[in-house]
Ligand binder design. Structure first.
Ligand code: ATP
Length: 231
């Protein structure tokens, strides 16, 4: 679904990503883990086309998207789930989800399917987006990307700042997306949580992918990884 090679990025003269290579297969959930400043957000923004100073290969389902602006990447099936959730006070939950699917050739999840998968959204459909809790807004942002017809969700640390019980709800939502065939690349600092939702993990340090890990490796090296991540 996603193949990245030789991806580098800069802020002015300062290099934030160095020759990043990774891939995400269809139906996989993959995390990017790394300590603060490692380059995780920059990486996700590069993939979505939101960061201009970048060089390298980014392919979505075999299509080279590296030089396309964000809205064209969205049309091709990239779904952006921002860290601030991007919810609006002037729109209800139902209105957030009312836009028709936008990705080319994709049906997008129907409203019925979204409400069935995330019953909380059905219960709260008349409530303004910003009246939802942080965790609920996160699930709304995921649902909105699925509604758009996204084939690949790019989630910028969906659990950041949330209480453990809420983190678990996000985990359940992501597992549900995977179970229904969705593909997700997400930033995650909490490696213990990451190993419960994802199939594989890339460890980013100083702008480089330094390791690719499976869940067994994450579990057996949890203490070392937590120390590395500064947690
Ligand atoms: P965090 O977990 O703290 O969000 P991160 O792993 O997402 O960190 P990035 O935010 O991608 O890391 O930052 C990578 C590097 O780029 C850091 O050295 C950071 O200081 C630098 N950087 C990020 N944003 C900017 C900016 N707008 N201008 C200049 N440098 C930046």
């Amino acid at each position: 679904m996603l193949r990245v090679d030789g991806l580098s990025a800069w802020y002015g003269a300062a290099q934030a990503l160095r020759d990043v290579a990774l891939e995400v297969r269809g139906g996989e959930v993959v995390t990017i883990v790394g300590r603060n400043g490692a380059g995780k957000t920059t990486l996700l923004r590069c993939l979505m086309g939101l960061h201009k100073q970048q060089r390298g290969t980014v392919e979505l389902a075999g299509t080279d998207v590296a030089r396309l602006p964000a809205h064209k990447r969205a049309r091709l099936g990239m779904g952006w789930v921002p860290d601030d959730r991007g919810t609006y006070s002037s729109l209800s939950v139902a209105e957030h989800l009312a836009l028709p699917p936008r990705a080319a050739g994709a049906a997008g999840w129907s409203l019925d399917r979204l409400y069935e998968t995330f019953p909380m959204l059905a219960e709260r459909r008349a409530v303004a987006g910003t009246q939802l809790s942080g965790g609920e807004q996160q699930i709304l942002a995921i649902a909105r990307a699925l509604r758009s017809g996204a084939r690949l969700l790019l989630c910028d640390e969906p659990t950041e700042g949330l209480a453990p019980v809420v983190v678990e709800r996000i985990g359940a939502a992501l597992r549900e997306v995977k179970q229904q065939g969705g593909t997700v690349l997400l930033i995650e600092q909490n490696v213990r949580f990451a190993s419960t939702v994802a199939d594989r993990h890339y460890l980013l340090a100083q702008g480089r992918v330094v390791e690719s890990l499976d869940n067994a490796q994450v579990r057996s090296r949890e203490r070392e990884l937590l120390t590395h991540l500064g947690i």
